[in-house]
Design a protein around this ligand. Structure first.
Ligand code: HEM
Length: 112
């Protein structure tokens, strides 16, 4: 009985992940554009929410209201370096990492 319940749960997670994978393809992330941290800092609100994770820049505005862990945790990343918050919770987890990758808009420009 317990095994049946676990199987249903696993199927739900796999189904969710494949949907998220499709979203990643549609989003066609930009992995080369150089973006300064000053630009990231300006996009610090729910209507335009950019964050940095491991020197890559993401526009996660559309994820705020989709995050299974709640909108507040995404809002806390807006305009900031979200590396420690994201990695602290999700490092090594494929579903969150795939979703994040789908929102990439560039790389953090190094200071001269
Ligand atoms: C843009 C950044 C983030 C993305 C793309 C993201 C993505 C996801 C995804 C895809 C899930 C569902 C995982 C699954 O069901 O397999 C999830 C769940 C969750 N996330 Fe995030 N997340 C982000 C940031 C954060 C942050 C910063 C925190 C907390 C500090 C957080 C806390 C949670 C929690 C509590 C859950 C509920 C399920 C669980 O405990 O794993 N997330 N997130």
């Amino acid at each position: 009985m317990n095994n049946t319940l676990i199987s249903i749960g696993a199927a739900a997670i796999i189904g969710g992940s494949s949907f998220l994978g499709a979203a990643a393809i549609v989003a066609a992330p930009n992995t080369t554009k150089q973006i300064t941290f000053a630009q990231v800092k300006k996009n610090n609100k729910s209507t335009s929410c950019w964050t940095v994770v491991n020197n890559k820049v993401y526009n996660v505005t559309n994820w705020i209201n989709q995050h299974p862990g709640g909108s507040a945790r995404i809002l806390a990343l807006c305009g900031k370096n979200g590396t420690f918050m994201f990695d602290g919770k999700h490092s090594g987890q494929s579903a969150p990492e795939n979703v994040l990758a789908s929102y990439q808009i560039g790389v953090l420009k190094k200071r001269n």
